[in-house]
Every structure is written in structure tokens, then in C-alpha cells.
Design a protein around this ligand. Structure first.
Ligand SMILES: Cc1ncc(C[n+]2csc(CCOP(=O)(O)OP(=O)(O)O)c2C)c(N)n1
Ligand SMILES: [Mg+2]
Length: 400
């Protein structure tokens, strides 16, 4: 039967810096040498932080942690373009983006140590707290961007999420709404090829995730997520579009999670070593080093100096984190509602009666088995955090 075409589309792919570190000069963005070095230093800091966080988890000094290794270019190349009054909505793997967004490393550790005070954003920087429920942050980002538009602000939202999040309803509702109302939002999907153990091929039968934009009448592009410059160029364009009132963009950053899903995962059980080795060759940091070297901005001395500086910052943050006094348990009551209802007020009064002057979180080990007996008996406050009274099993570590 002779059909006419109802619609046609193509999905563009952008790479500016290839795996050998060669740049396509027609696509290369103009960025000063100082700024390029800053991008590199952020990526190194994120990686050093990541390694330390995994070690701290293994020692029971923080809780479950989600590694950003391999995805640094996606995050640094995007977050670096926003101003403080743009909104950022992280999922749970956005440690590099949050570093760029001025989050003290101590706060990241507090968060991963189970202390919500780590979620308080730096003053004047619009960062939302980490979202553990997959894709729940995507409609929130649309709402915040819509509010900006209603207030005639030129600010936008940028929301991070993974390939797995694109299978959830929130993603589709958010894109649909943003498309219809031309909301200034950037949907930044880090397609790291897995949602825990579920490979990308089982996530969607679509050839690309970027093409999902087509269904919602918005711009979509796939970029090499291990190429900081490609991420940068695509986000810059999306920002211009959003600020000019031309609506949202979906950017699929094609990348790879080099580590386990979280410290509770063992990726060897569902992916091969050879696959990981292939992706290691595309490491975003190594590629950016080659680029800096081609611009005479890189040397072995500079590399060691950046690494040492990052290690010192991370070590200092660990010290700061471990000397933060534990929160009062009554904070649980104090910050839940503006005014406590009668039931909760009664619970608070009873709790305070029971603990007398010791209104601190009972200290129990994060991973080691709990010792039976009164809380707080022999543990040193400030050494081990997490886990509230009532946890009874050793493996009741918060997980996601
Ligand atoms: C609503 C919801 N369902 C399930 C989970 C458990 N869970 C945590 S992370 C994850 C996979 C997420 O994959 P993806 O969106 O690709 O992000 P990535 O972890 O790869 O960064 C799942 C299923 C959750 N946190 N929230
Ligand atoms: Mg994923």
C-alpha cells in the first residue's frame, strides 16, 4: 500500500574529542586554558573523592556509596555551564556535578554517612538533595523550571538521571509536560549501559534513548559522554534554547559506569572483564589529558600536583566529616513539619522523657554486627555513624 510519510526524524550524535584525544576543530568550543584546567581538576577531585569514599565504606565509616567513576565528563562538562541560580536535580551518582556546584566534600561524606545535614546546599546555590527513588527528580526539575518561567527569571533546571530512569512513568510525564509548555529544562541522561544488572538492551527496544525526545516534540541528541567537550557543546546549546524560551532538550550521554553500581553490588556477576577493559580505554580523564597536552597545558608535574592537591582536600574533608557532632534525635521531630500535630508532639515528649539529657543518635556500627545491650554503651561518638535505634540485624544497612 502506498503510504505517505507522517513524520521523519534523525538522531544526531556529537563527538568533539575522539578516543585518541584528537579534536574536531570545526566543533571545538572556545574555552580558556585556565577554565580547561579547572575542568580537569574537578574531574580528578571527583575521582579521588570516589576512591576514598569506597574505601571509607569498606571500613564502615560511611554507608552505601554510588561511584561516579567513568562519568566525570558527563557531569563536569554540564554542571560547569550553569549559574548558581539555575536549578540542579541530582540522582544519586552525581558527586562530580555536586563538586562543581560548590558542595563541600564534607557534606557529600555526611550525606553518604547517613546524615541528612549533608544535603543542605551551599548558600545561594540551587541544588536539590540527592534523589534515591529512580526518576522521581525529573518532574521536580520541570516544576522548578516552570516556576522560574512564571516568575520571569531566566534560570533553568538541569536534571541528571540514568538509562534505567527512562523506563519510568515520571520520565515520560515530565518530558511530555515540558514539551507542551516549553519549559526551560535540560534532561541529562547518563546512559552508562546498566541499571544495576539490567543492560541497556533490556531497558528499551529503541535504538537510542535520545530519540525519546521525538515523541514529546522536543530536541534530543546523543553525545559521547566520555568526551567533556561534546557534553559541553550540547549543554551550551540546550541552555541557549531554554533561556530563549524555545523549550527543553534531552541529552543522552553515551558513557559507562566503570565501577560497581554501588558498594553493595558486584558487577563481575553480570558483565565481562573484557567489556570493562574496552571502556577503560575510553576513560574521560585520560582523553582530556591528551587534549590538554595538545594545547601545552599538561605535564607530568602538573598531573602530580593536581593529584596531590585533590588528595589533601579529600583527606581534610574526611577529618571534618568525622569531627561533626552527631545530630540530636529530636531533630527527627523538629524538622518534619512546621507545627507538630498532637500525636507527634506526644511521641517527642515521651522520647525526650526517656532519654533525659542524652538526646544524641545512638551510635552503632554501620556494617559490623550490632552488639546487644543498651545503645551508646561502648561506642565512641563520632567514629561510626548511621543506623538508628531499632535496627536489629547486621545487614540492615540502608541500601538502594
Ligand atoms: C523507584 C525505584 N525503583 C527501584 C530502585 C532501585 N534502584 C536503585 S538504582 C537502580 C537502577 C538505576 O539505573 P539508572 O537509572 O540507569 O542509573 P545508574 O544507577 O546506572 O546511574 C534501581 C533499580 C529505586 N532506587 N527506586
Ligand atoms: Mg544506568
Amino acid at each position: 500500500m502506498p503510504f505517505k510519510s507522517a513524520a521523519s526524524f534523525e538522531v544526531k550524535f556529537l563527538q568533539v574529542l575522539n578516543e585518541k584525544g584528537e579534536v574536531d576543530s570545526k566543533l571545538e568550543p572556545r574555552i580558556s586554558g585556565e577554565r580547561l584546567k579547572q575542568f580537569y581538576e574537578w574531574m580528578v577531585l571527583a575521582r579521588v573523592f570516589d576512591e576514598k569514599a569506597i574505601a571509607l565504606q569498606r571500613q564502615g565509616r560511611i554507608g552505601t556509596y554510588a561511584s561516579v567513576r567513568g562519568q566525570e565528563a558527563c557531569q563536569v562538562g554540564s554542571a560547569c555551564l550553569l549559574n548558581d541560580l539555575d536549578w540542579v536535580f541530582p540522582a544519586f551518582r552525581e558527586n562530580a556535578a555536586l563538586i562543581v556546584r560548590k558542595t563541600p566534600l564534607k557534606n557529600l561524606l555526611l550525606y553518604w554517612g547517613g546524615d541528612e545535614r549533608g544535603s543542605v546546599p551551599p548558600l545561594g546555590v540551587r541544588n536539590f538533595p540527592v534523589a534515591i527513588p529512580v526518576s522521581s527528580q525529573i518532574p521536580h526539575a520541570v516544576g522548578a523550571a516552570w516556576a522560574c518561567r512564571l516568575r520571569n527569571e531566566k534560570n533553568v533546571s538541569l536534571v541528571y538521571f540514568g538509562d534505567g530512569a527512562t523506563s519510568r512513568g515520571d520520565f515520560h510525564e515530565a518530558l511530555n509536560f515540558a514539551g507542551v509548555f516549553k519549559i526551560p529544562v535540560i534532561f541529562l541522561c547518563q546512559n552508562n549501559q546498566y541499571a544495576i544488572s539490567v543492560p541497556r538492551s533490556r531497558q528499551s527496544a529503541a535504538q537510542t534513548l535520545a530519540q525519546k525526545a521525538v515523541a514529546y516534540g522536543i530536541e534530543g541528541i546523543q553525545v559521547d559522554g566520555n568526551d567533556l567537550l561534546a557534553v559541553y557543546v550540547s549543554v551550551q546549546e540546550a541552555l541557549e534554547r531554554a533561556r530563549a524560551g524555545k523549550g527543553p532538550t534531552l541529552i543522552e550521554c553515551f558513557t559507562y559506569r566503570l565501577g560497581d553500581h554501588t558498594t553493595s553490588d558486584d558487577a563481575k556477576r553480570y558483565r565481562t572483564e573484557s567489556e570493562v577493559e574496552e571502556w577503560k580505554k575510553k576513560d574521560p580523564l585520560a582523553r582530556f589529558e591528551l587534549y590538554l597536552a595538545s594545547k601545552k597545558l599538561f605535564s607530568k608535574e602538573y598531573q602530580s600536583e593536581v593529584l596531590e592537591r585533590a588528595q589533601a582536600l579529600v583527606d581534610q574533608a574526611v577529618q571534618e566529616y568525622e569531627s561533626v557532632p552527631l545530630p540530636a534525635v529530636s531533630d527527627l521531630f523538629n524538622y518534619v513539619a512546621a507545627q507538630l500535630d498532637a500525636n507527634v508532639s506526644m511521641q517527642k515528649a515521651r522520647y525526650l522523657e526517656g532519654v533525659g539529657a542524652q538526646d544524641v543518635v545512638p551510635v552503632t556500627p554501620v556494617v559490623a554486627p550490632l552488639v546487644k545491650g543498651p545503645a551508646n554503651q561502648s561506642s565512641k561518638p563520632g567514629k561510626k555513624r548511621v543506623s538508628l535505634e531499632g535496627s536489629s540485624k547486621a545487614d540492615e544497612v540502608p541500601d538502594f
